[in-house]
Write a new protein. Structure first.
Length: 316
């Protein structure tokens, strides 16, 4: 199994970083930590990571503009080969440029049940509000503070007499468990059939007059009351493959694509030469290319009148 490479950013002791690091030691963990970086060269978590054989980088942000410092960290992450970034107690607001550069590839763990209590002092705010539960959330990082899509949460009961410190100690236990399993699920999402189907569905149903149906046990997409232009095969006939099936655009295209890259393209059973199977379960999908293939397939079955209207609209 090829493991996803993760860079972790910390500012202090790095207890969540340590939880990710130790989870990554398991043979079946789908990620590995390739760098731990901090905005404080004396952050205790750096020493822990170094002792575990992980590459580290520490530099103070003081005296540097936000975007300038983020560019330094970005260069270190990319040099380490990171595919994803995990924020683990990183006490720095990130520049829009940095966030955009890691769009949909950067996670954060926050000590509240988002969207409640964004920002700081989350434990005391939950206690003061009289909440029965506090907790923690893992979310995708966006330009807005603690505002990205939530991937996982763990509620933690607030006990009578709890202080911010006593509540924080229990929530930290939950954080250590939640972050590693959520990160593992996130880096393998493009191998999960349901996620892949939803991604194809989003693209296919964006085509004019498209509808989804079920045919031969497979989700498929076609023009309303018309021909089909895309299918999603999920372990069809027990082949163990999750794939997109679309129409070819030339008579010999199926054979040429399979010859070019047989690990991705294949001849789908019972579909003939006019269709090509494109594997989606390898975790390395070019979704721009797949969207182009879906649109091209849609154009082959769309009524000429509809195509004419689309072409006119695109001219404007």
């Amino acid at each position: 199994m090829q493991k996803a490479k993760v860079g972790v950013l910390i500012s202090g002791r790095g207890s969540n970083m340590a939880a990710l690091l130790y989870a990554a030691k398991a043979d079946d963990c789908p990620y590995e930590i390739v760098l731990v970086a901090a905005n404080d060269p004396d952050a205790p978590g750096l020493a822990l990571a170094a002792a575990e054989g992980i590459a580290t980088f520490g530099q103070s942000h003081k005296g540097m503009k936000r975007a300038e410092f983020d560019a330094v960290i970005d260069a270190q992450l990319r040099a380490a080969g990171a595919d994803y970034v995990a924020l683990a107690g990183y006490m720095r607001l990130l520049s829009p440029e940095f966030v955009a550069g890691w769009e949909n590839r950067m996670l954060n763990i926050h000590p509240s049940l988002l969207p409640r209590y964004k920002g700081l002092d989350t434990h005391q705010r939950a206690i003061d509000a009289g909440d029965a539960f506090a907790g923690c959330s893992v979310h995708i990082v966006t330009a807005e503070l603690d505002d990205g899509p939530v991937l996982g949460q763990t509620p933690v009961a607030i006990l009578p007499g709890d202080t911010a410190d006593s509540l924080a100690a229990r929530i930290l236990i939950a954080e250590h468990q939640l972050y590693s399993r959520t990160l593992a699920a996130f880096v393998t999402r493009e191998r999960q059939p349901d996620w892949l189907l939803n991604k194809v569905r989003e693209i296919a149903l964006a085509q004019p007059q498209a509808e989804e149906t079920l045919s031969h046990g497979m989700p498929c997409f076609g023009i309303a009351k018309g021909k089909k232009f895309a299918w999603v095969s999920r372990d069809h006939h027990g082949d163990g493959i999750t794939a997109l099936l679309v129409k070819t655009t030339a008579p010999d295209e199926q054979a040429s694509l399979i010859e070019m890259d047989p690990d991705i393209y294949y001849r789908p059973a019972y579909f003939g030469d006019e269709w090509i199977g494109i594997r989606l379960d390898r975790g390395e999908n070019d979704w721009d290319h797949l969207a182009t293939r879906i649109r091209a397939s849609w154009r082959q079955v769309a009524p000429k009148k509809l195509l004419g209207l689309m072409d006119i609209a695109e001219e404007f």
